[in-house]
Ligand binder design. Structure first.
Ligand SMILES: O=C(O)C(=O)C[C@]1(C(=O)O)C=C[C@@H](O)C=C1
Length: 228
C-alpha cells in the first residue's frame, strides 16, 4: 500500500485507494458472496443451529469463538474487517502479528482472513479425502469375497488394484477442470476472452496427484483394519 492516513471515522485511506480499485474489490466480493451461498446450499436449513432458547445459539457460539481466534491473529486490525461480536475480543498477539508486519509486495496483511480461507480449503479437501472410508466400506460390503483375502494377506497393492477404477478417475479429472472453468471464469458484460481465477489444469492436477491418491490411501488403510 502507499501513503496512508486514517479518517475521523477510522477508515484507513491509502494513496492507492481509488474508485476503480474499490469497484474491483466490490466485484470480487460478489464472487465470494455467490460462492459462499453455493457452499451453504450444500446443507439443509439445520434450524437447531439458530435456536436461541439456550443462552445463545450454536451459531452465535461458533461465530464468537471463531472471531476470538481470528482477533488474536489480527483480523480486526484490518479496516475492512468488522466483527459481529466486537465486545471483549482478545487483542492481537502483538509479537506474532508484528513479526509478519513487514510489508512485502504480494502481501496485503489480511493474515487472519487468508488463514481462514486456507482452513476452509484444507477442511474441504480433508472431508473429500476421508470420504474414502465410506467408499471403502461400501466396496467391501458389495464384494467381501474379493476384498477379504487381500485384507488377510495385508496386500496393499492388491487392495489398491481392486478399488481402482481408472475411467472414473479420468472422468473426475476432466469434470473438475471444466468446473474450474465455469465457476472461476471472470464474468463481464462484454466478452473479454477467458480469464480464470484458478488455473483449470491445476485443479485437474491437484485431483490427479493429491486428492484421488490420498482418497485411495484412506481406502486401503481403512480396508486393512476392516476385519480387526
Ligand atoms: O469412485 C470410486 O470408486 C472411488 O473409489 C473414488 C475414487 C476417487 O478418489 O475419486 C478413488 C478410486 C477410484 O479409482 C475412483 C475414484
Amino acid at each position: 500500500m502507499g501513503d496512508c492516513c486514517e479518517t475521523e471515522q477510522g477508515v484507513y485511506v491509502d494513496s492507492l485507494l481509488n474508485l476503480e480499485w474499490l469497484r474491483k474489490s466490490l466485484v470480487r466480493e460478489e464472487d465470494s458472496i455467490i460462492f459462499s451461498l453455493i457452499e451453504r446450499s450444500k446443507y439443509p436449513i439445520n434450524s437447531r443451529l439458530y435456536d436461541e432458547s439456550a443462552a445463545a445459539s450454536l451459531l452465535h457460539l461458533f461465530i464468537k469463538e471463531s472471531e476470538a481466534v481470528q482477533a488474536k491473529t489480527g483480523r480486526y486490525t484490518s479496516p475492512e474487517e468488522n466483527a459481529f461480536f466486537p465486545a471483549s475480543l482478545p487483542p492481537p498477539q502483538h509479537k506474532l502479528v508484528e513479526t509478519f508486519g513487514t510489508y512485502q509486495g504480494d502481501d496485503d496483511r489480511n493474515y487472519a482472513a487468508t488463514a481462514a480461507s486456507d482452513l476452509a480449503c484444507l477442511q474441504a479437501l480433508s472431508r473429500r479425502i476421508h470420504y474414502g472410508k465410506f467408499v471403502a466400506e461400501v466396496k467391501f460390503r458389495d464384494s467381501p469375497q474379493d476384498y477379504t483375502p487381500a485384507i488377510l494377506a495385508k496386500d496393499r497393492e492388491g487392495l489398491m488394484k481392486l478399488l481402482t477404477f481408472e475411467s472414473v478417475e479420468e472422468a473426475i479429472k476432466k469434470r473438475v477442470e471444466k468446473k474450474a472453468m465455469v465457476f472461476g471464469q471472470e464474468v463481464e458484460l462484454q466478452e473479454n476472452g477467458n480469464y480464470y481465477k484458478v488455473k483449470p489444469e491445476l485443479v485437474s492436477q491437484l485431483y490427479g496427484e493429491w486428492v484421488i491418491p490420498l482418497t485411495k490411501f484412506v481406502q486401503v488403510e481403512y480396508l486393512l483394519r476392516r476385519l480387526d
